[in-house]
Design a protein around this ligand. Sequence first.
Ligand code: AMP
Length: 284
Amino acid sequence: MQILHTINQARDFRATSNTLGKKIALVPTMGGLHAGHLSLVEEAKKITDTVIATIFVNKMQFGPNEDFGNYPRTLESDLEKLKNLGTNAVFIPSMDEMYPNSEQKHTKVCVPHLDGIHCGKTRPQFFTGIATIVTKLFNILQPDYAIFGEKDFQQLQIIKQLAKDLCFPIEIYGAPTIREKNGLAMSSRNSYLGSDQYDTASKLYQIICNIKTAIIEGERNYAELEKTGKAQLTDFGLAPDYINIVNSETLLSAKPEDKSLRILAAAILNGARLIDNVSISLLP
Ligand code: AMP
């Protein structure tokens, strides 16, 4: 597995792959790798034989009072895991390499109609930070494919939109959410939870699954379902941010006649921000 630190090294990797006629799949991460991340590499390997992962804790997407300083950094074990999976290369740029004049002075990319809703309401800088770093990675590595987790569903839709708007010739793939046995979506931030909090954290998934069942059984009062779901989160000791039942394409509040829905949810437990979502396909 090649370890690339600089933009020039990453570009050389791309150039060599071109010469060899290889198509590249990109798996961007912030490290703290778990089975969810590794499943993206597995998905990438199904698409092509040249997979490059990136590890970069992207300061631009963190708010001033968020956990940039504490974010899990487990580089050695991350590299071991990627190598064991047969990843071809990993790009681990420094902060200076990506934001030489600080992230604040850097050019920014935003996706206006999708980045101020749901997670963007409480984290106004978040999706601009993501859109900017992903744009840079796309330009540096020029992958043919890029794989993102459906766990971060709003992020996935934003990246699909930016790839379309900025004319990147890259196929964007969404991969299913990998979960703990109790249903909790795997996340690097789960390391902030004590073992006794895993059960409480799993209530987020259980509650959105219950809402899904109610909708499949015919309930269409979405505002009431959202309200009840948030009250249940509070009862279990989670601080709800939102539970929103949306049209899965537009991410706007679902209308009773919409057939393809997502339930998006976020809550805080012990300072750890948990997010999750489930899809619903209603018969026409
Ligand atoms: P992160 O390191 O949190 O920025 O995530 C990097 C990529 O891994 C993103 O595309 C995430 O959506 C994806 N990811 C994170 N958690 C999971 C999970 N539990 N299952 C599948 N993909 C995930």
